[in-house]
Design a protein. Structure first.
Length: 170
């Protein structure tokens, strides 16, 4: 995905570009290429960007530390302020939930919009906050756990780590 030169987009007849893609996204550890569509619209003093994308990523379970595959679906849109343009609040597509402070993203209006970096960000935001290999994951199975180990799950996590590092285990 090439970066979009914002002034070119402003002069584009529709003032919008739609890109269908199926590729690996830089820095994203996905098992399969990311497949989706991204639309970048020039709305005068801001860009409106939308993406629908899907892929499969490998995550580490928070409970048992095993790796598992997760089907990642991303459906996001964002307003990116063009900071050199005049701020006219009434023209912004703000609703009650969207505060001006939420529009942390901004770009110079004669700059470039890095499509791939933006898509990468949206995919990261779509990752689950709580990573579980299975809703019923029982956590780490610690053989010969002493009663002290069982009093605190953090010790269980530590033991499992220790088992993975033979040099440290004695
Ligand atoms: Zn698990």
């Amino acid at each position: 995905m090439d970066a979009i030169h914002i002034p070119n987009l402003a002069h584009h007849p529709d003032k919008r570009v739609t890109i269908d893609f199926k590729q690996l996204v830089k820095d994203l550890k996905s098992l399969t290429p990311v497949q989706g569509t991204v639309t970048v619209m020039h709305k005068g003093n801001y860009l409106e960007v939308q993406v629908q994308a899907k892929t499969i990523v490998t995550l580490t379970c928070d409970r048992c530390l095993q790796q598992y595959n997760h089907r990642l679906n991303c459906d996001a849109d964002e307003i990116i302020w063009l900071k050199d343009s005049e701020l006219i609040i009434s023209e912004l597509p703000l609703n009650q939930d969207l505060e001006l402070d939420d529009m942390v993203e901004n770009l110079p209006e004669d700059g470039n919009f890095d499509v791939e970096a933006w898509v990468y960000e949206q995919l990261c935001l779509a990752l689950p906050q709580r990573k579980l290999c299975d809703g019923d994951c029982k956590g780490i199975d610690v053989p010969q756990a002493s009663p002290e180990d069982l009093t605190d799950r953090r010790w269980a996590a530590l033991s499992a780590l220790k088992n993975q590092l033979p040099d440290l285990a004695d």
